[in-house]
Design a protein around this ligand. Structure first.
Ligand SMILES: [Zn+2]
Length: 489
């Protein structure tokens, strides 16, 4: 703290009296606190400048839309937002949010903006004043402006000397006194913004936020607590349920929403919660064989995007009907099996690319106009997997279903049809692009389930299909799959 040149004059071994040390420490503390306060004021000034810039961008963009006659479509404004988002590496939504708040701050509440620019109040304070101030409305714009100005003078004075929490209560009270609108009107207006939003928070967790009427939310809160208390009270002394009150509340909340029925609306009966986990197929085998292995640390992907611990995904997919597994090929990442009747969009796209047209011998109806048919019907236990689905046009679908034709799928997507008179016809998918298949004996390859694979050049015959990977959950999924073309996505 002492000037460096002066500090060199302190004799070595000098022991200053305690009183002097204390004074220096107090001075040091005073200066550090000032440093923090100054940094906060600098930040406020920078944020005032940021708000000015965003408001200017919004005004200029709107003026451009006005000139172009596109005020309603907001073409210019959208374009500006996209450009600012790209330049600042943020999202369009974030840019739109700051633009809106900046316009309110600089144009509707210039005095607040001034206080921010002077470093007298923080951005948090400024926002509270603006948000409470917008409650104040009046049919006469001049009257509204006068009331808001009065409000700002009173609340800004308070903002200079109190915390955001206290300021908020004070500001809302003052705004209520000055507004011409009734609470009923505002409630009705605010209720239009009710919504439910899930936010991903990492570590496989997230938050579900519900914006709704406060009385309704309070009632929900109360019910969750009562149910949690009842569950905890019913635990015996030797219960091994370690969950806390808040954890039980969260579990009750989840179960109610996953399994509850909407009695007022019969149209939604039967709609169940759905979420899918994507996991490499070998991970499932590792789990079944219990020998861990290279895929132990691979997370499952919730809806193909968000990493979730594999153990959690496996347990949920096995025990909760709402969750399905999408098993992927360990190398290509292609979907090989889904534990449900309806194929995924990715499977549809993959099959359209493989089949090109209806797979009944000789039929050329484009796959786009076909339906996916379970070769072995789902009702007979046929899986919804790439090795049991094929595109069939409506007409041939009917032929297959009701005229004594039989069909099975062979490795490589080959459809073996047997006519009612016993004639066997193979429909082979048209080869395209690079394939990969088992390596010839003695040649290197990537080992999957004891079989070595390698990429095969375009036009090469896929090698003989491997014996398939054993495992009860898998069936024929990996074996016939391995000789197929890589997916088009
Ligand atoms: Zn057809």
């Amino acid at each position: 703290m002492i000037d460096e040149a002066l500090a060199t004059r302190i004799p070595e071994g000098w022991k200053p009296p305690v009183r002097v040390v204390e004074c220096v420490r107090m001075l040091e503390r005073f200066l550090v606190v000032r440093l923090v306060a100054d940094a906060e004021a600098d930040l406020a000034r920078a944020q005032a400048e940021q708000a000015r810039a965003y408001a200017l961008a919004a005004r200029t963009a709107v003026a451009e839309d006005e000139r172009e006659g596109t005020l309603e479509q907001e073409w210019a404004l959208r374009s500006w937002k996209a450009e600012i988002a790209a330049v600042t590496n943020t999202s369009r939504q974030a840019v739109a949010g700051i633009m809106g708040r900046s316009a309110v701050l600089t144009e509707d509440f210039p005095l607040v903006h001034g206080a921010l620019a002077a470093g007298e109040v923080s951005m948090v304070h400024a926002r509270i004043v603006c948000e409470a101030g917008t409650i104040i409305v009046h049919d006469d714009p001049a009257e509204q402006a006068a009331r808001r100005q009065l409000f700002v003078q009173v609340v800004l004075e308070k903002a200079r000397s109190t915390s955001p929490g206290r300021l908020k209560d004070f500001a809302i009270k003052q705004a209520e006194r000055l507004t011409a609108s009734s609470l009923e009107e505002r409630y009705e207006h605010a209720m239009a913004s009710r919504a439910v939003l899930v936010t991903s928070e990492g570590d496989g967790m997230g938050s579900l936020g519900g914006r709704h009427s406060l009385p309704v939310l309070t009632a929900i809160d109360g019910r969750l607590s009562e149910m949690a208390k009842a569950i905890i009270a019913a635990r015996g002394a030797d219960s091994d349920d370690p969950r806390t009150f808040h954890q039980v509340r969260a579990d009750v909340f989840a179960e109610l929403l996953l399994t509850g029925e909407l009695t007022t609306c019969p149209e939604v009966a039967g709609i169940t919660a759905k979420a899918s986990f994507t996991m490499p197929v070998l991970t499932m085998l590792d789990a079944q064989n219990g020998d861990g292995g290279a895929f132990d640390t691979t997370p499952a992907l919730l809806d193909g995007v968000t990493p979730i611990p594999m153990s959690v995904a496996k347990a949920l997919a096995a025990n909760v009907p709402a969750f399905e597994r999408i098993l992927t090929h360990p190398i290509t990442g292609t979907v090989v099996e889904v534990d449900r009747y309806r194929p995924t969009e990715a499977m549809r796209a993959w099959l359209r690319a493989r089949d090109v047209h209806c797979r009944f011998p000789g039929c050329r109806l484009p796959a786009e106009n076909c339906d996916l048919d379970h070769t072995i019907p789902a009702s007979e236990g046929g899986p919804t997997s790439l090795v049991n689905l094929a595109d069939l046009c409506r007409w041939n679908h009917t032929v297959k279903g009701s005229t004594g034709w039989e069909v099975s799928q062979l490795p490589g997507g080959v459809m073996e049809w047997t006519s009612p008179t016993g004639i066997v016809l193979n429909d082979v998918p048209e080869p395209r692009g690079v394939t990969f298949g088992p390596s010839p004996p003695g040649e290197p390859g990537v080992e999957i389930g004891g079989v070595a694979y390698r990429v095969q050049p375009q036009g090469a015959e896929p090698g003989p299909a491997p014996g398939g990977v054993p495992g009860p959950a898998l069936g024929p999924a990996l074996g016939p799959e391995a000789g197929l073309d890589p997916p088009p996505f």
